[in-house]
Design a protein. Sequence first.
Length: 312
Amino acid sequence: MKKNLTVAVLAGGTSAERGVSRISGAAVAQALQKKGFRVLTFDPKNQLPKFIAARNEIDVVFPALHGRGGEDGEIQKLLTKLKIPFVGSGVRGMQNSFDKVRAKKIYRAGKLPIARQQVFAPNSQVRLKLKFPVFVKPAREGSSFGASLVREDRQFAAALKKAWTFGAALVEEFLDGTEISVGVLENPNGKLTALPPIEICSKNSFFDFKAKYDSKFSEEIVPARISRTLEKRAQLLAKKAHQLLKLRHLSRSDFIIVGAQIYILETNTLPGFTPNSLFPKEAAAAGIEFAELIERLICLAIPVPVSACRKN
């Protein structure tokens, strides 16, 4: 096994989350350089031919891509075809989690508690059976793009139209409670570690894009201010979601706690690695600093002992 490993970081892309992806990619590249790896960066939007041409000098890929093209299985299909190891879930796991409707079916089959929901194809006839307030969001999109909290009937049509710009719309009952997120990190032996839950307190009507990526609009508290019983339950559910969706290396599941009940909202396969991102904050609370976290993910993808990953 070579010790002078070359890591290709893919960031940018063509999704609505392109800007966030570029910030994640820059942070990941900096961490890898700090750990002594040789780093190449490529933007799939306009550098895929360049990346493919360089494939023989690349040992492993870190796809710091969010949204379509990154978390829907498409880039994973290419990497699998090129036979290049990569961080994160394979094609099946990405497809399972990115499509929220498919994910909800898998959660339900695995007896994970979910909110009541309806799905509406673009411009279809709509008969809402849920009571307001409801959440309306695209079935296949991330970072709350196209999402709306709808409190009354007169807002519903506009919210559907907004979500439909991305495809089918998922409408869920609004659950008023404590929002938390729980990261899952695999160990070299394949066992899963659930990270400390982080509590999300948005200053906006919900945890929207602005609240996710601008600290002025949210407060994130880790460990979350919940009982030990609820913490253990959330961690167990996060690990179960990771397994049910056929994920690998890492994931981050979001939950709402209402009283003593925990509902799973969704699972992210390539969570953000920006300075304000939840997964790195949870890892830090578990004693894993950012550069170490990135290195551990690289070594899960190869896989070799961490000491063998480093550059001399």
